[in-house]
Design a binder for this molecule. Structure first.
Ligand code: DC
Length: 222
């Protein structure tokens, strides 16, 4: 069995659409470690709030709901209270409401505890908005992934179109712009470049190039 000190954490933070999930998955696969998508955790709680018709202004109820949620990652899927919600948490409504849920300090605390728990049992790649700043400020490998607003919106637009959505590029730009503003300006755990993080601008880089930069850095510094 591996000793605790052999486990390591790779954090990847950055704005919506910077390619964090795709890259984090590749990095985790190639290094043979686990991938945790923390945005999916905030989305899962939001999905539950909507399903149970809780008022988004009722922070106390939302906190209770988050406390009583079992969130698990298995085979690249996310399970909420035992049910696979991987697709259900990707709707536009869930995406838009998640900002409100992610702004509740107590919810962040609950999810942060789950997130730290994962790293006690194995090596992980964890991506989100506050992973290198708040969840694992002492992680050995920290990355901040960015890309221009237009490039991020174009990538998200293609993804949504492939899934059959008829959303326009302008709507995607507006959604991402709005989420950037919330992520960057919220009082609690705003999106910031973590100290000591390697910053990668992926605007003109392929997924493969970015993954290689991260894997190369980790191997060089092990
Ligand atoms: O990465 P994503 O689009 O799936 O994130 C969904 C939402 O959750 C987004 O509004 C930002 C928020 N989030 C957060 O506040 N902290 C994290 N660590 C991850 C996501």
């Amino acid at each position: 069995m591996k000793k605790k000190r052999d486990f390591f954490v790779i954090t990847i933070d950055g704005p919506a659409g910077a390619g964090k999930s795709t890259i984090a998955k590749i990095v985790a696969d190639r290094l043979g470690i686990c991938y945790i998508d923390t945005g999916a955790m905030y989305r899962a709680v939001t999905y539950k709030v909507m399903k149970e018709r809780v008022d988004f202004k009722d922070a106390d109820k939302i906190v209770t709901l988050a406390k009583n949620s079992a969130i698990e990652f298995k085979d690249g899927k996310i399970f909420l209270d035992g049910a696979d919600v991987s697709e259900k948490i990707r709707t536009r409504a869930v995406t838009n409401y998640t900002s409100a849920v992610a702004a509740i300090g107590e919810v962040r605390k609950i999810l942060r505890n789950f997130q730290r728990q994962y790293a006690r049992e194995k090596s992980i790649v964890m991506e989100g908005r506050d992973i290198g700043t708040v969840v694992f400020p002492n992680a050995k490998y920290k990355f901040y992934l960015d890309a221009s607003l237009t490039e991020r919106a174009k990538r998200r637009f293609m993804e949504l179109r492939q899934k059959g959505s008829n959303i326009s590029l302008e709507e995607v730009i507006a959604d991402i712009n709005r989420r950037d503003n919330i992520d960057l300006n919220r009082g609690l755990c705003p999106l910031k470049i973590p100290s000591g993080a390697v910053v990668i601008d992926s605007t003109n880089k392929s997924i493969e190039e970015v993954a290689e930069i991260i894997i190369g850095y980790v191997k060089k510094n092990r």
